[in-house]
Design a protein around this ligand. Structure first.
Ligand code: FB9
Length: 515
C-alpha cells in the first residue's frame, strides 16, 4: 500500500523543524526527495512561508539536460532498433507491413536505426521484406539513457547524437536555498479567516488569531461580456441626439441608387466621387428602375438647366446613370429619402439623425477603412440660418466634450454654405477636424417640394474617429476586425463622453492616434 503522501501542512512542519534544527536548507530539491514529495509541493510551502516572512529563500536555476518523453519510452521498452529486431523472427526475413503492425510509431525510427547499425538488411526483389542480420542485440542506447537519467554525463559527441535524435532536451530547473525569515516560528499558527458557527458554539473563537483583511485583494474576475468600444460611443451619441429632440432615420439599406445617393443631392453625374475609384457600384442588381418619375424629372431639370434661382450644371443628365446601384457613400442618401418623404405629407419641422455604415472605395490606412460609420444630424424648419447651424453644432459637440469650435469654409455639392468643423480637445491640448456641415442647397430642397422658406441645416462626422480618440486606439484596424486585442477591450477604462479630460495613463498612453 503506497505510503500516504504527506499533506502540505506536514511538509511545512517538516521544513520548519529542519530549519529550526539546521538553520538552513541549502537545496530544496534534495530536501523534497528526502521527504519523498514532488519538488512543487515544497515550492508551494516555500512560497507560503516567504509570504509570512517566516522563511527567507534564494532561488537558483540551472539548465539540465533531461530525457524527452520519447527517450523515457526507450528506457522503459528498449531502444527502437532493439525493439525492431526483437519483433523479427530469430532469423530470416520479415514483412515490413507485419512489423509496422507490431511496432506502431516505433517502426520508422527502429527501421532506420537498425539498418544504420547493419542489424537488418533489405531484399532487392521484395522491398516489403527486411532480413535479420544479427542474432542478439546489445541496447547501448537504453543503457546510455538510463545512466543519463541517474545524472551521468557523456562526451559532447554522444550528447550531440542524443540531441539530434531528440532524446534529450534542455530543461531549466529551479531550486531554493532556505534560511529562517524575520518572523521564523517552528509551528505556524494558522490564522482563522472566518468566525464559523462551530467557533461561536465552541467559544474557541476567543483565542483564535484572525488573518488580517486584505483590503487590496482583487475580487473574483467576473466573466462578463464587454461592449465593443464603437457601440459604446454610438449609444452615447444616440443619447445626445435623443436628448436634443432628434429621431433616428431608418438606415437599414446599404445598397442605394445613384439617384438618392448623388443626383437628389445635386451632385453632377461627372463628379469624381461618382466613379468607381471612390464608389462601390453593384454588378447585380446593377440598376434601380423604380424611381419617383415626377420628382426625377425635376432633378433632371435642375441638373441640366437649373431653376429655383440656380443656373444648374448645363449638362445632359442621364437617367440610366441615376439608376446605377451602389453601396451608399454617405448616410446623407438616407437624409434625401427622408426629406422627400417629409414633403409627401404636409410639411412639419423635423430633427433627424442617422448613424450607420457607409462605403468608400478608399485606400485603407491607419485611420481609414473602405467603410466607416457616418453620424449625421439634420434639422428642417422655416427660416433656419447658418447661425442656427453653428448653434446646434456648439450644443452637439459640447456634449461630446468639445466646447471650443472653429469653422472653416468648405465645399459640398449639396450644401452651400458648407463648413468644416474643428474642435479643441482639452485633454489632448489639440485642435482637430471633427466633422463637416452645411445648409442644403435650394437645388436639393425645392425639386423635392419643400415649401419656400424652409431650410435644412445638417452636419456629419464619423463614429470611428471619436471612438479611437476616446479609447487611445491609434490604428483603426485595432478598433474592429481580426486585429482587435480583447485584453485592451477588457481592461480599457470606461470612456466617458463629455469629459474632455483624456486620462493618458488609462487610455493606453500613446496619443499618436491624434495626428
Ligand atoms: O469624424 C471626424 N472627426 C472627429 C469627430 C469627433 C471626434 O471626437 C472627439 C473625441 C471627442 C474626433 C474627430 N471627421 C469626419 C474628421 C476627420 O476625421 C476626417 O478626416 C474624416 N472624416 C470622414 C470622412 O472621410 C472621408 C470624418 C468622416 C466624415 C466627414 C464628413 C461627414 C461625415 C463623416 C459629413 C457630412 C455632411 C456635411 C454636410 C451635410 C451633411 C453631412
Amino acid at each position: 500500500m503506497a505510503a500516504e503522501q504527506p499533506s502540505s501542512e506536514d511538509v511545512e512542519d517538516e521544513l520548519l523543524a529542519h530549519l529550526d534544527a539546521n538553520a538552513e536548507i541549502p537545496d530544496s530539491r534534495s530536501f523534497a526527495s528526502s521527504l519523498g514529495v514532488p519538488h512543487r509541493d515544497v515550492e508551494d510551502v516555500i512560497k507560503r512561508l516567504c509570504a509570512f516572512r517566516i522563511v527567507g529563500s534564494t532561488d537558483m536555476t540551472k539548465e539540465a539536460l533531461v530525457l524527452t518523453d520519447e527517450a523515457k519510452g526507450y528506457v522503459a521498452r528498449g531502444s527502437p532498433e532493439v525493439q525492431f529486431v526483437a519483433a523479427m523472427p530469430p532469423k530470416g526475413a520479415a514483412s515490413k507491413a507485419a512489423l509496422q503492425e507490431i511496432l506502431g510509431d516505433v517502426f520508422d525510427v527502429g527501421l532506420k536505426a537498425a539498418a544504420k547499425k547493419q542489424w537488418i538488411g533489405f531484399d532487392k526483389e521484395n522491398e516489403d521484406l527486411v532480413t535479420r542480420r544479427v542474432k542478439d542485440t546489445k541496447d547501448e542506447l537504453q543503457e546510455q539513457l538510463k545512466r543519463l537519467e541517474n545524472g551521468e554525463v557523456f562526451d559532447d559527441k554522444v550528447m550531440e547524437g542524443l540531441k539530434r535524435r531528440k532524446l534529450i532536451t534542455k530543461e531549466k530547473s529551479i531550486w531554493y536555498s532556505l534560511k529562517k525569515g524575520p518572523e521564523f516560528v517552528v509551528k505556524r499558527k494558522t490564522l482563522a479567516t472566518d468566525v464559523t458557527r462551530d467557533h461561536l458554539k465552541s467559544g474557541d473563537w476567543k483565542d483564535l488569531e484572525f488573518k488580517d483583511y486584505n483590503y487590496g485583494a482583487q475580487g473574483q474576475p467576473i466573466a462578463i461580456g464587454y461592449s465593443q468600444p464603437l457601440l459604446e460611443v454610438l449609444e452615447a451619441i444616440q443619447n445626445i441626439f435623443v436628448e436634443m429632440g432628434f429621431s433616428e432615420m431608418p438606415t437599414n439599406m446599404f445598397v442605394e441608387s445613384s439617384f438618392w445617393n448623388f443626383d437628389a443631392l445635386f451632385q453632377p453625374q461627372q463628379h469624381p466621387a461618382r466613379d468607381s475609384h471612390d464608389t462601390f457600384f453593384l454588378k447585380a442588381p446593377a440598376t434601380t428602375p423604380q424611381l419617383p418619375d415626377d420628382y426625377l424629372e425635376k432633378v433632371k431639370q435642375v441638373h441640366q438647366s437649373g431653376g429655383y434661382g440656380s443656373k444648374g450644371y448645363g449638362y445632359d443628365w442621364k437617367r440610366d446613370e441615376a439608376e446605377k446601384n451602389l453601396l451608399r457613400t454617405h448616410t446623407t442618401a438616407v437624409s434625401t429619402r427622408m426629406l422627400y418623404k417629409v414633403v409627401q405629407n404636409s410639411f412639419a419641422p423635423k430633427r433627424y439623425y442617422s448613424i450607420d455604415r457607409v462605403f468608400r472605395n478608399e485606400a485603407v490606412d491607419r485611420t481609414h477603412l473602405a467603410e466607416f460609420h457616418q453620424i449625421e444630424g439634420l434639422i428642417c424648419d422655416y427660416g433656419l440660418t447658418l447661425g442656427d447651424l453653428i448653434g446646434v453644432l456648439e450644443d452637439f459637440f459640447s456634449r461630446l466634450g468639445m466646447s471650443k469650435l472653429r469653422f472653416k469654409p468648405a465645399y459640398n455639392p449639396y450644401t452651400e454654405p458648407s463648413m468644416e468643423i474643428f474642435g479643441y480637445h482639452e485633454g489632448l491640448k489639440k485642435w482637430m477636424e471633427i466633422g463637416n456641415s452645411g445648409m442644403f442647397r435650394p437645388e436639393v430642397l425645392l425639386p423635392m417640394g419643400l415649401p419656400e422658406g424652409v431650410n435644412v441645416i445638417a452636419w456629419g462626422l464619423s463614429l470611428e474617429r471619436p471612438t479611437m480618440i476616446l479609447n487611445g486606439i491609434n490604428n483603426i484596424r485595432k478598433l474592429f476586425g481580426p486585429k482587435v486585442n480583447f485584453k485592451v477591450i477588457k481592461n480599457r477604462p470606461m470612456c466617458r463622453l463629455g469629459c474632455s479630460k483624456v486620462d493618458r495613463s488609462s487610455a493606453g498612453g500613446d496619443m499618436s492616434c491624434l495626428s
